[in-house]
Design a binder for this molecule. Structure first.
Ligand SMILES: Nc1ncnc2c1ncn2[C@@H]1O[C@H](COP(=O)(O)OP(=O)(O)OP(=O)(O)O)[C@@H](O)[C@H]1O
Length: 274
């Protein structure tokens, strides 16, 4: 008996959202080579929320940029939804949120969100509906006519999330989006992002330096080490939903944060003694 063959649509659905095998990235320079990523192996399923955490220079942004086809790996295999990163980029399969909001100051909030849609041949009314819907999703529907400089840093970052979601990509790549914000604003936006993730079912890959942020948001936390950049370990986050401020006070939250911290220490070469 032969196994039933799967239709292309079903095959796409069973492909991981992101697949890396022995992925390496070496930057060649006059002062020597930098091994930004060495032999990384990871599969991210559709609908997961995976955080990348690790010391400065361990290759977190490099990994995100590889997924986004902004740079090309030195060796290894990388697939985004079963496609090469270049195909995924052309298919607009992901949205990218940068560390800084990178909004155009002379365009209103609405026009910033419309920006990626303007290059498509979709009807104007449809574009407007989509942009307003994305602004509603990030809680900024009342701010469509404002300019970026009239918004707080947290609001600006929400606009850039709305812009990244404009094409309705299945995958959201986020590089320390809340890194520059104060702790209370960050906690608030963590809650908002979790709600947005649950509402949309997107796959999220999220770079952070915050252990609490990673544990609170994620289905899995990937801990990385520097020189060379490697995946040190992966912690499954089994905290129940809904997650809220009280979640951060539970014993399980502290246990998981401790697991992540110990992996980070191991990667740093610290023994925990000081
Ligand atoms: N374009 C580049 N050319 C040369 N070296 C690079 C380039 N991009 C990154 N690197 C080097 O690769 C290593 C990994 O950098 P990367 O930005 O991925 O780290 P990171 O973990 O995101 O750091 P941070 O937490 O500080 O943002 C670093 O040593 C960095 O200097």
């Amino acid at each position: 008996m032969t196994a039933p063959s799967l239709s292309p649509a079903v095959q796409d659905a069973v492909q991981p959202a992101v697949h890396l095998r022995n992925l390496s990235m070496v930057f060649r320079g006059t002062g020597g080579d930098t091994v930004a990523l060495q032999d990384a192996n990871l599969d991210i399923a559709h609908g997961e929320f995976v955080s990348l955490i690790g010391p400065s220079g361990c290759g977190k942004t490099t990994l995100l940029r590889l997924m986004a086809d902004l740079i090309t790996p030195t060796s290894g295999e990388l697939l985004v939804g079963g496609q090469t990163p270049a195909q995924a980029r052309q298919a607009r399969a992901y949205g990218y949120v940068f560390q800084a909001p990178a909004l155009l100051e002379w365009r209103t909030v609405l026009n910033n969100v419309l920006l990626p849609l303007d290059v498509m041949n979709t009807p104007k009314a449809q574009r407007q509906d989509r942009a307003h819907e994305m602004l509603r999703l990030v809680g900024l529907e009342g701010f469509a006519g404002r300019y970026p400089w009239q918004l707080s840093g947290g609001m600006q970052q929400r606009v850039s999330i709305a812009r990244a979601l404009a094409f309705d990509p299945g995958l959201l790549l986020m590089d320390e989006p809340f890194g520059a914000l104060d702790e209370i604003t960050r906690e608030h936006l963590n809650g908002e992002l979790l709600r947005l993730w649950q509402e949309t079912g997107k796959t999220v890959v999220f770079v952070t330096h915050g252990i609490g942020e990673a544990v609170f948001l994620s289905t899995r936390v990937v801990v990385m080490t520097a020189r060379p950049g490697k995946i040190e370990g992966v912690v499954d986050i089994d905290l129940p939903y809904p997650r809220n401020l009280e979640t951060r006070e539970t014993p399980r939250f502290f246990e998981l944060a401790t697991q992540v911290r110990e992996l980070l220490r191991r990667g740093h070469g610290f023994d925990g003694a000081g």
